[in-house]
Design a protein around this ligand. Structure first.
Ligand SMILES: [Zn+2]
Ligand SMILES: [Zn+2]
Length: 386
């Protein structure tokens, strides 16, 4: 190509790129899910069941919620505007059904599941409760919160206690369980609890989710556009609830939520029950060379591949018998990390099975308990090289 042609082509490309609705826009509207494996029998769906719009105290129109969630790679969202708190109602008349209808229309175009929900917004106790899979939000607009939760249950809703340690209601940030919570759990009026809301993790809520068999959830509780609160273009992401569903559908998600097959993912933290976290990690991690040969006085590297966007912080192994392994190691997201095992000069030759008793500290199966993650490797120690 001659130089003048090159200049013309570049100029044309630049003009096309700058035109609204052409090349530039297509580069922006891209879906990029977090990478996390499916497990046997289940799809691992990424969901956010708690976000606001201008119909309560949010600052985005509902279709924007669907668009941003689709771009972030979510499978499903619920719009959960406050029933009792509508600071924009002089500009936008009360209509409890509209935020869902608007978001749903756009979600349908993109293949994003949009679920009808609302936030029952009461003082503590019981605090704020989201009800999702509602047939209609309007009947929940009633003075008695017990009545609102009963109506939700009659509609077949899944309900969960929001942000139990929110400083707006608990100034010290500590979540407290009140008799009203025992009452609504025992009456079957809530089936889940936010263990993460925004950037906050509530250890007490995590413990209650285990003791009371409430599904642990992570929600954005977004009010602003998502990329004002999260550095989405720098690898940051909103908190998501991982839902282990038999199928990618509203009914699939509903069944999984009532069965409690969820985990809460926020930043580098994944919170849930061991029975759900373990298969996710086993599906994500591969030891590429589980048999090592090491000459006495030298070291070798075990290669740990991680096919997920979860960065794993392993700790707690350290020296084991005659061989040594690091006390802690980080397994990078979507990559292969090296774990060095060393044989001292005086190590006897022969094969030994090494069981490195690591714990993944950022995968919490209880408030102060990481997921045990033994790394097993067969090591053949060879005579020292001359
Ligand atoms: Zn709330
Ligand atoms: Zn909220």
């Amino acid at each position: 190509m001659r130089q003048r042609e090159v200049v013309t082509v570049l100029a044309t490309a630049l003009v096309v790129a700058l035109l609204p609705g052409t090349g530039a826009a297509h580069d922006v509207r891209v879906r990029r899910p977090l990478r996390v494996p499916d497990i046997a029998g289940y799809r691992t769906l990424q969901c956010d069941f708690h976000a606001h719009t201008v119909f309560s105290d949010g600052s985005v129109w509902p279709d924007v919620r669907a668009e941003e969630a689709w771009r972030e790679g979510l499978d499903a969202i619920a719009i959960a505007d406050h029933i009792e708190y509508q600071p924009h109602k002089d500009d936008l008349p009360t209509n409890h059904e509209r935020p869902y209808e608007i978001a749903r229309l756009h979600g349908d175009r993109l293949g994003l599941l949009v679920i009808r929900g609302s936030e029952v917004t009461r003082k503590m106790p019981p605090g704020h409760v989201n009800a999702i899979f509602l047939k209609s939000v309007t009947p929940l607009d009633t003075p008695d919160w017990r009545e609102a939760l009963r109506v939700a249950r009659e509609q077949g809703a899944f309900a969960f206690w929001n942000h139990p340690g929110w400083r707006g209601q608990q100034p010290d940030g500590v979540s407290r369980w009140y008799p009203e919570h025992t009452e609504i759990v025992e009456a079957g009026l809530i089936q889940g609890i936010e263990v993460v809301n925004g950037r906050e993790y509530y250890p007490e809520a995590h413990r209650w989710s285990l003791e009371r068999r409430l599904a642990p959830l992570a929600s954005s509780d977004a009010h602003a556009p998502l990329d004002l609160d999260y550095r989405l273009h720098e690898g940051d992401h909103r908190p998501v609830t991982l839902v282990l569903a038999r199928e990618r559908s509203e009914e699939g998600i509903r069944e999984a939520l009532f069965a409690g097959r969820t985990a809460a993912w926020s930043g580098d933290l994944l919170v849930g029950r061991e029975e759900h976290l373990r298969p996710l990690i086993e599906a994500a991690i591969t030891l590429e060379n589980p048999r090592l040969r090491i000459a006495a006085g030298e070291g070798a590297w075990l290669r740990i591949r991680n096919d997920s966007d979860l960065r794993l912080e392993l700790s707690g192994a350290g020296p084991t018998g005659r061989l040594t392994a690091p006390e802690s190691v980080v397994v990078a997201a979507m990559g292969t990390s090296l774990l060095e095992i060393r044989a001292p000069k005086e190590a006897p030759t022969g094969t030994v099975r090494l069981e490195l008793a690591y714990t993944i500290s950022n995968l919490k199966v209880a408030p102060d308990t990481g997921l045990r993650f033994p790394v097993v490797v067969d090591v053949e120690v060879l005579p020292a090289r001359k």
